[in-house]
Design a protein around this ligand. Structure first.
Ligand code: GLP
Length: 246
């Protein structure tokens, strides 16, 4: 059963999730283990990443023992493309903290064999010991990562086609719709369900309807985020606007 927390605003939500991540990293470091984080992109996690950077700079939180796996990447974009998710992570988080680059994983947007890249990504997650905590946003189609409807509960890291709603939503970052890739590589719903803990963030009125659908309809492939209702340890962090229709 997933849990919902309505925060005063997105800054407060970001601080709460950052504190959870700090506690995980600290506990793992004490046990001489790596903390394995699943990371997300989009505008939603930006205040979270800003708070993690602050914890690093002002409170000495080290990411030396962190291994990260990002959810997804646009097909056809290399890591140095300004709209790639590898670039996003570099600009908004990695360059400000002491994470080892070799410990950071983002699916390769360009590869000779996408199926192989996806299978290798799943294998890398398993060999890291699985993901301890996955950060998620949500798309207005109900996507998590780039698992557009319909996405089966059993889906794994794979190549997907982007919904036109998603392409339009994300075109603001690209400047024009025609520049938005049609495909992506994304962890699957099963990959996300395997994460030991999930922290989903959703802010603003634009997310209110999909949050209602996600939490108040029967879990189904038509709203991939709704599968999270069955996750053993999943928290939805909302601001009052995203909570408006619950
Ligand atoms: C993108 C990402 C998702 C993200 C979603 C929401 O397409 N692939 O992981 O959750 O869109 O984006 P935003 O946070 O900007 O609303």
């Amino acid at each position: 059963m997933s849990k919902v927390i309505v925060h005063a605003d997105k800054a407060t939500a970001a601080k709460a999730v950052a504190a959870t991540i700090r506690d995980l990293i600290t506990a793992k470091a004490k046990a001489s283990q790596a903390a394995v984080l699943g990371l997300a992109t989009g505008s939603t996690p930006l205040p979270l990443y800003a708070e993690l950077v602050r914890l690093h700079r002002e409170e000495g939180l080290s990411f030396r023992n962190v291994v990260s796996f990002n959810l997804d990447e646009y097909e056809g974009l290399s890591g140095d493309h300004p709209q790639s998710y590898r670039y996003f992570m570099e600009q908004n988080l990695f360059r400000f903290i002491d994470i080892r680059r070799e410990n950071t994983h983002v699916p390769a947007g360009i590869s000779a064999d996408a199926a192989r890249t996806c299978a290798d990504y799943e294998a890398a997650i398993v060999s890291a010991g699985g993901i301890d905590l996955q950060v998620l946003g949500i798309g207005r189609t109900g996507h998590i990562g780039f698992n557009e409807p319909p996405s089966a509960l059993s889906s794994r890291t794979r190549r997907v086609h982007l919904d036109e709603v998603t392409r339009r939503d994300n075109s603001v970052f690209f400047g024009e719709l025609s520049l938005v890739p049609h495909g992506a590589l994304t962890m699957g719903v099963a990959t996300i369900m395997d994460c030991r803990q999930v922290e989903l963030l959703a802010f603003g009125t634009g997310k209110a309807e999909i949050i209602r659908k996600t939490l108040q309809t029967q879990p189904s492939a038509d709203c991939p985020a709704s599968w999270l209702q069955n996750h053993a340890r999943c928290t939805f962090h909302l601001d009052p606007e995203a909570n408006a229709l619950l």
